[in-house]
Write a protein that binds this ligand. Structure first.
Ligand code: ADP
Ligand code: MG
Length: 630
């Protein structure tokens, strides 16, 4: 038997492998060897080890960290720590801080060369189906806090880390302060974009200047004060918390994915052009995308280099030149290719592109039609003509002119106030409505690449890669996960109800709108316009809409994306679809989808609605696949 390194009686929390399994705390004797962490029943009176209750294979451990104790924790549960492995978190409570630190240190030392060590973790407990720190409801959800020692914030302190001898374990200690709510009144933020007030109550934002947050009355608009003491409302997606330093570098493009980076770099077409982006695929990791032209070449190509982290928390790129912060690493490679195809010569930035605000100014949802100019017609939809235009002569908008008799307007206008508050980078933003005249207008964000269905059929310049197609799927999953977290149903999710912006990002539109359509052909499931091809059996048979019918539609949308816009069940008419789908017939695997992609699609199509995943889970699954493709 392997010799034990340490033994200790701890309280162990039950692992709640199922959401409904009970939460209990039992005293166990923990025995640590070089290979395993085992726990036994323990006979207090005789001081003897009894039967083995469980074992963790230390090679599978992904993270060992302190946990912030529960509110009003009893005295015996004040020093918890977590061992994260395949089966999820194992929570252990030590008697005092010393024992807690000693065990964490020893465990970290043993696991420090494990594969797949996490860079982000949850500082609080998983309780009854929810992470207490970030309220996410998926157990596998990526951690919400970057491990200290890896944090990108570190670059801002200006203090390089002291060199760590190799023998030292990769200890990433965490001070036991309560996790700060990431955003709070009184905090200082820095403007990432210029904001010119759209309404009289708003405050102007100047890029890179600091502001203090005074009030957070709304999900999207906060009241802030600038350095001159002026106060007003600002769109909170235009600012970042001071200290998130990467955001302050022009080369950092936070929400950019691989295809968007390639698009941007190819458009710039400059040898040595680069961006640094989140390797969205793995939390807390970054990727350098670099464009280069071999001399004489006209086309050029992109390469992607992951910024690697050593177990001591240092950063390096292709060759192993180590730096304690990412900005230092970038500065070095601006002068030295050191293993890359070229040095990082030219910073390419997408910062000019400011995100959409939730409405045109705080509290603004009625728009004065005289502030709109119409430029050209974009298309014709269920409610009539859609036009591209400008608001106040400078802001791009799309305007739906609602044909009279096509919509239950009163109800919609009420709903619009709620829709305005939905604000996510993968949802088409509703800016406001003009309701004082007829026809009424719905004013939204304008997306220059138009409808996704048309884009798939005609708009892709080159044959798309697997990654590009999956990134579209991921965009939609993220937008839908946001709707899901707000308990908002789409009811008509399909490629025709997604739009594509200039850099290829896909955004979901027309959410919830089908409830206000006045047209029997559309609303009745026997009608010719009812989205039969996107509907699950329970909708076709009993009109039972739920978040799970949106999931079914998402699977069909993934299929549309991977067939470049084919009509689902193209050889069947509506009646045949109802018959076949309720008998268990499903769409085939598109050529562009491999088995893994197809299995995600199919996971949306079990007959039993409750067996379908959530959008949160889908987003994670698509992301995992993307990571493997990289
Ligand atoms: P409806 O939902 O009323 O049926 P659509 O949303 O389908 O109408 O709009 C019709 C067409 O107008 C779309 O296919 C698309 O090409 C274009 N369009 C609609 N909204 C926008 C927008 N926000 N940005 C760019 N194009 C748009
Ligand atoms: Mg539509």
């Amino acid at each position: 038997m392997a010799s034990s390194i340490m033994e200790e009686c701890f309280i162990k929390r039950s692992q709640q492998k199922k959401k409904t399994s009970p939460l209990n705390y039992k005293e166990r004797l923990f025995v640590l060897t070089q290979e395993k962490l085992s726990y036994y029943e323990y006979d207090q009176d005789k001081g003897r080890r009894k039967s083995l209750r469980g074992t963790v294979d230390l090679q599978k451990v992904k993270c060992v960290e302190k946990v912030y104790p529960e509110h009003h924790a009893p005295t015996e549960r004040l020093y918890p720590f977590q061992v994260i492995y395949d089966d999820g978190p194992l929570y252990i409570f030590a008697k005092n801080g010393e024992i807690q630190s000693e065990w964490i240190r020893k465990l970290k030392e043993i696991v420090r060369y494990n594969k797949d060590l996490k860079q982000k973790y949850h500082p609080c407990f998983w309780v009854d189906g929810q992470w207490q720190c970030c309220q996410q409801e998926v157990k596998q959800a990526m951690g919400c806090r970057v491990l200290q020692g890896l944090s990108k914030d570190r670059g801002g302190s200006g203090k390089p880390l002291p060199p760590t001898p190799v023998e030292e374990p990769a200890v990433q200690t965490l001070s036991l302060e309560p996790p700060k709510p990431s955003l709070s009144v009184g905090m200082t933020v820095i403007a990432e974009h210029e904001y010119i007030p759209l309404s009289a109550q708003d405050l102007e934002l100047k890029k890179d200047e600091e502001y203090t947050i005074l009030e957070m009355p709304d999900a999207n608009w906060w009241r802030a004060r600038d350095k001159y003491g002026r106060e007003g409302y600002i769109p909170n997606n235009y600012v970042v918390q001071a200290g998130n330093v990467l955001e302050r570098y022009p080369w950092y493009c936070k929400n950019m994915n691989r295809s968007q980076a390639e698009n941007l770099l190819k458009t710039e077409n400059k040898d040595g052009g680069f961006v640094v982006r989140d390797s969205r695929l793995k939390a807390g990791q970054y990727t350098v995308s670099l464009f280069s032209k071999i001399s004489g070449e006209t086309a050029g190509s992109c390469r992607h280099y992951n910024i690697c982290t050593t177990s001591q928390g240092q950063f390096y790129l292709a060759d192993k030149h180590f730096f304690s912060t990412i900005p230092e690493l970038i500065t070095y490679h601006q002068h030295n290719a050191a293993g890359m195809v070229s040095r990082l010569k030219i910073i390419v930035s997408n910062r000019a592109h400011a995100p959409s605000t939730a409405g045109l100014g705080y509290g603004m949802w009625e728009i004065n039609p005289r502030h709109l100019t119409f430029i050209k017609e974009l298309g014709n939809g269920q409610f009539g003509v859609v036009k591209y235009g400008k608001w106040q002569g400078q802001h791009d908008v799309a305007i739906k002119m609602i044909k009279e008799g096509s919509m239950s307007e009163e109800e919609f206008i009420e709903e619009a106030k709620i829709m305005m508050k939905l604000c996510h980078e993968n949802l088409v933003q509703l800016y406001g409505v003009c309701t004082k005249q007829r026809p009424i207008y719905i004013v939204t964000e304008f997306l220059s690449n138009g409808c996704l269905l048309t884009y798939l059929k005609e708009g892709l310049k080159q044959h798309p890669t697997n990654i590009q197609l999956l990134e579209m799927c991921k965009d939609v999953a993220e937008g839908m996960a946001y709707l899901e977290s707000n308990q908002y149903l789409h009811r008509d999710l399909a490629a025709r109800n997604c739009l594509v912006d200039t850099n290829g990002t896909v955004k979901v539109t027309d959410f919830g709108l089908s409830r206000y359509v006045l047209d029997d052909e559309y609303t009745s499931s026997e009608g010719s316009k009812f989205p039969v091809r996107w509907s699950p059996p329970e909708v076709l048979l009993y009109r039972k809409f739920s978040s799970k019918s949106d999931i079914w539609a998402y699977g069909i949308l993934m299929w549309e994306i991977h067939t470049l816009g084919k009509l689902p069940y193209e050889r069947l008419d509506n009646q045949a679809i109802v018959d076949q789908v309720s008998k268990g017939y499903r769409l085939y695997r598109p050529q562009l989808a491999n088995e893994r992609v197809y299995s995600i699609m199919k996971s949306c199509w079990p007959e039993k609605a409750e067996e379908r995943p959530t959008f949160q889970e889908l987003a994670v699954n698509v992301q995992d696949l993307l990571y493997e493709f990289q």
